[in-house]
Ligand binder design. Structure first.
Ligand SMILES: Nc1ncnc2c1ncn2[C@@H]1O[C@H](COP(=O)(O)OP(=O)(O)OP(=O)(O)O)[C@@H](O)[C@H]1O
Ligand SMILES: [Mg+2]
Length: 228
């Protein structure tokens, strides 16, 4: 991978606004010319080899999603900054906002669109493991897109379908309330309308979701979340 010095990196992020910070430093920034700069800190090493290549997964997944015609970010540059123990990827900002931010307006109708989009990526065998509402973007042209693509798998089964939906429902308390207002069942019905599963597939999917819901509440008996 191409390398850059700390000075070169500092020049790139000069005047950038920090969007996400983590313990090791700034993680996601936006530059004045509208590029997102995302840094992956090196965590694990065996000998001199990096064993956990986040950036490798990120780049490979972004390209594979593009080939499948799924809206996502478009990496334009990537490099390593050895002094900072970081790999960096740069991609243009997608004009729009995350579905989570969009929901802050109170309009939950977008969740129907999300159900259809999820069914569509599942039809293409894509399992978006980090699929919470902060990682789906609603673009200004009203199309949905995936960001944060480190954790994407290109194999899907009923278990992964149900896991994706349960993750959306239970990952975050505020997201959960939005789904509650929209209707959990309505979301599932909308998803199934576009998922093209046969009767047995639908039955297994619903059974798996119910199992996950029960498991969740058994594990978190004191939670204020509800599922009605
Ligand atoms: N291509 C993009 N276009 C527009 N906004 C983006 C883009 N990439 C990232 N963002 C913004 O930056 C935020 C964080 O990006 P990302 O999800 O990649 O980082 P993260 O480290 O996973 O942060 P978190 O886990 O807190 O969501 C997003 O929620 C979104 O608001
Ligand atoms: Mg994210």
């Amino acid at each position: 991978m191409k390398t850059k010095t700390k000075e070169e990196y500092d020049e790139i992020v000069k005047d950038a606004v920090v969007l996400v910070r983590e313990n090791f430093g700034n993680k996601v920034l936006i530059t004045p010319n509208g590029n997102i700069v995302k840094a992956f800190h090196h965590r694990k090493r065996i000998g001199s080899h990096l064993t956990y290549s986040h950036i490798g997964h990120f780049l490979k997944n972004a390209f594979r999603l593009k080939i499948k015609n799924i809206n996502t970010l478009n990496p334009i540059e990537w490099f390593r900054v050895k002094e900072l123990k970081r790999d960096v990827v740069i991609y243009p900002e997608i004009p729009g906002k995350s579905v989570r931010d969009y929901l802050a307006s109170g309009d939950v109708s977008i969740l129907g669109k999300l159900a259809r989009f999820l069914a569509c990526i599942h039809k293409k065998n894509v399992y978006f493991r980090a699929g919470h509402l902060g990682n789906f973007l609603i673009r200004n042209d009203n199309e949905l897109a995936l960001i944060d693509v480190c954790n994407v798998k290109f194999r899907l089964d009923t278990r992964r379908r149900a896991k994706s939906v349960a993750y959306l429902f239970f990952h975050d308390r505020t997201d959960h309330q939005a789904f509650k207002r929209y209707g959990f069942d309505k979301f599932i019905e909308e998803y199934l309308r576009y998922a093209d599963l046969n009767k047995i597939g639908e039955k297994c999917f619903k059974a798996d979701i119910n199992h996950r819901v029960k498991k969740y509440f058994k594990k978190h008996p004191d939670e204020s979340m509800t599922y009605l």
